[in-house]
Design a protein around this ligand. Structure first.
Ligand code: MG
Length: 390
């Protein structure tokens, strides 16, 4: 089994939204198509990077695509192949540490390899993963939540509530909103404004804090994170996301001593070793906190399998993982490997965010289509982009 063709393109996913740290007006994504042939059989797998990191055209062209071209793939008994040796070929002559954004470039190609191997095995990826790694046990559906509540020019509390109402109408019962983004505002004023926004959304959710997540996108220092944490505590929110710089582990440990409810983080940690540092030094609690490592941004699923092994060795269940990114790749992993769920973007990051067209959301749960591979062919707007590459 051999890789015979790799193509890449850059696609815009820009929009006028912003979180507390960046605006998305110039955001791009890399898209790749990797063709694998085996005698008379062939399959083309597709991959892309999820939002928050830009397209990786140069790294793909100069290093990772050339290393993968012509790569031999060991066949697997299920009719597909094992992507791990291809992953090792991509990482040849790469030193450890200092991951930068090469983890994004490798993740794009890794996604395409898993799509191709599942297509050759004629199985949906979630089923292939369950069969290979989880004793054949896949979840019947995945828990997902609607991530939104971005800052947008002219957007007030009324518009925020309209947005959240739309998510409830789509079948989501848990929603997430951005906080901490009021520009240049003194802490006490920003906090007062955010509490107003939070209480308004909670009003829509019947006052049930377990249906609302808030996301700071790494904006706060320890002082602001503690002040917000104290103010948020009475609401018993589902989780308090990325309150602190994602690489500053000791401040997480301090916050976790003071904030009693779940903290979520990890979407900006890009390797198993980075994830392990968070687990070792971040003071997070395996009975409640939420880990959001995004396989599409962090060297793909070959590396994510190592991360899951590391978590088990440290007493963490895969159910504590709810990946960032709102994409079909992580959704397949969630169902096939028994994670806690997946993010979803009902209104932003099209066409890359979102799931198969014919899988409605019911009570914040979604079932998987039975199509071979990751299921991109069942998502029309995304497949239109990919088909141009193939
Ligand atoms: Mg986030």
């Amino acid at each position: 089994m051999k890789i015979t063709r790799i193509r890449q393109a850059v696609s815009p996913i820009s929009s006028a939204i912003a979180n507390a740290y960046i605006d998305f007006s110039k955001m791009t994504a890399s898209v790749v198509a990797v063709t694998v042939e085996d005698g008379g059989r062939s399959a083309t797998g597709f991959g892309f990077n999820s939002n928050g990191r830009y397209a990786q055209e140069g790294l793909l062209r100069e290093r990772f695509i050339p290393r993968l071209e012509g790569c031999a793939l060991p066949p697997h008994a299920d009719g597909g192949f094992d992507p791990a040796p291809a992953w090792a070929a991509m990482m040849k002559n790469e030193k450890p540490g200092g991951h930068g954004e090469r983890s994004v470039a490798v993740g794009v190609l890794d996604m395409a390899l898993w799509d191709a191997t599942a297509k050759l095995a004629n199985k949906p990826l979630w089923k292939l993963l369950a069969d290979r790694f989880n004793g054949g046990e896949a979840d019947p559906s995945a828990w997902i939540y609607a991530a939104g509540g971005y800052y947008y020019p002219g957007k007030g509390v009324g518009e925020l509530l309209e947005e959240m109402r739309r998510y409830l109408g789509l079948g989501y019962s848990v929603v997430k909103m951005k906080i901490g983004g009021a520009p240049g505002t003194p802490l006490k004023d920003a906090l007062r404004e955010d509490i107003t926004r939070i209480e308004a959304v909670l009003g829509l959710l019947g006052g049930d804090g377990s249906r609302l997540c808030v996301d700071v996108n790494g904006r706060f220092g320890l002082h602001a994170a503690l002040a917000y944490g104290a103010a948020l505590t009475p609401y018993g929110l589902r989780w308090y996301e990325e309150p602190l710089d994602p690489l500053d582990f000791s401040t997480h440990a301090t916050l976790a001593e003071h904030y009693p409810h779940p903290i979520a983080t990890g979407e900006n940690l890009f390797s198993m070793v980075d994830a392990r540092n968070l687990i070792r030094h971040g003071g997070l609690r395996p009975d409640r906190d939420v880990l959001q490592f995004d396989p599409a941004l962090s060297y793909g699923l070959v590396e994510y399998l190592r991360t899951l092994d590391m978590l088990r060795a440290h007493g963490w269940s895969p159910r504590r993982c709810v990946p960032h990114g709102g994409h079909q790749f992580a959704l397949n992993i969630a169902v096939g490997l028994g994670l806690g769920g997946n993010e979803s973007y009902p209104e932003v990051f099209a066409p890359f965010g979102g799931f198969a067209d014919d899988t409605p959301v019911q009570d914040s749960r979604i079932s998987m289509p039975n199509a071979p591979g990751i299921g991109f062919e069942r998502k029309n707007d995304l497949y239109a982009v990919m088909r141009r590459l193939a």
